[in-house]
Design a binder for this molecule. Structure first.
Ligand code: C5P
Length: 222
């Protein structure tokens, strides 16, 4: 382990999708399974960290050794849960696929079909959890994910800068990788470096990611 250990550190991980309710029976969601984030939480436990896991709606068992799991549904709930837990955390790894938009109004009753007239939903933008954290004067070491279908490197490096992150893990989605898949491949970027983690099963990739996070954390914050 050595400088790849997280012993004595508190790590906060978010995982899974968010669901934005439209009415009591419908929601807007996304295809995140939560498997990458849960694998990251498990790998952080194995590296010696005290891990808090904030999970969107997923059907996954809590990895052994996770100290605390908080289940949430919407992006607003995840935002509140992460901000409150981040005060205690040394490292935040945002592996959740947070919905960018939510319905402006949530109908208390099931919406009825109006034949032939179509339906428009007005959406409001959700706050960015990582950007909210990096705007705070004291905040954990921040690791984000960037799942992209194209121009992965340039979008990832842009997000690293404008969200004020310490590291970003970029992956191409599609072709049997990323969302709903067992395998993934990541490229990690930080301010003055990068490393490629080639295609592997998510648990193996998570261990390599955690080793890099530990090294960068030690370099940045001793
Ligand atoms: O901008 P984009 O959603 O692609 O960025 C992905 C990264 O930002 C992920 O780490 C995700 O957890 C985080 N994110 C966030 N709050 C949002 C949207 C995304 O923290 N509202």
């Amino acid at each position: 382990f050595g400088n790849q250990s997280l012993a004595g550190l508190k790590v906060l991980v978010s995982a899974g999708p968010t669901y934005e309710d439209i009415d009591p029976v419908r929601f807007i969601g996304n295809r995140s399974s939560g498997r990458m984030g849960f694998a990251v939480a498990a790998a952080a436990v194995q590296a010696g960290a005290r891990v808090t896991l904030i999970a969107g709606p997923v059907s996954l068992a809590t990895p052994a050794g996770v100290a605390q799991r908080i289940d949430v549904r919407s992006a607003a709930q995840m935002h509140a849960a992460v901000l409150s837990a981040a005060a205690q955390a040394d490292i935040y790894i945002g592996a959740a696929a947070v919905g960018d938009y939510r319905p402006l109004e949530v109908s208390a009753q099931k919406l009825k079909k109006r034949d032939g007239t179509g339906l428009s939903l007005q959406l409001a933008e959700n706050p960015d959890i990582l950007a909210s954290l990096s705007a705070q004067t004291a905040h954990p070491f921040l690791v984000g994910f960037a799942a992209e279908t194209h121009d992965v490197a340039s979008y990832a490096q842009g997000k690293l800068r404008h969200k004020g992150l310490d590291m970003i893990a970029a992956n191409q989605v599609g072709d049997g990788l990323g969302f709903e898949a067992a395998d993934n491949a990541l490229t990690l970027y930080w301010a003055d470096g990068m490393v490629e983690l080639p295609r592997a099963a998510k648990p193996e990739l998570a261990r390599q990611l955690i080793a890099q996070v530990a090294e960068r954390y030690r370099a940045a914050r001793g």
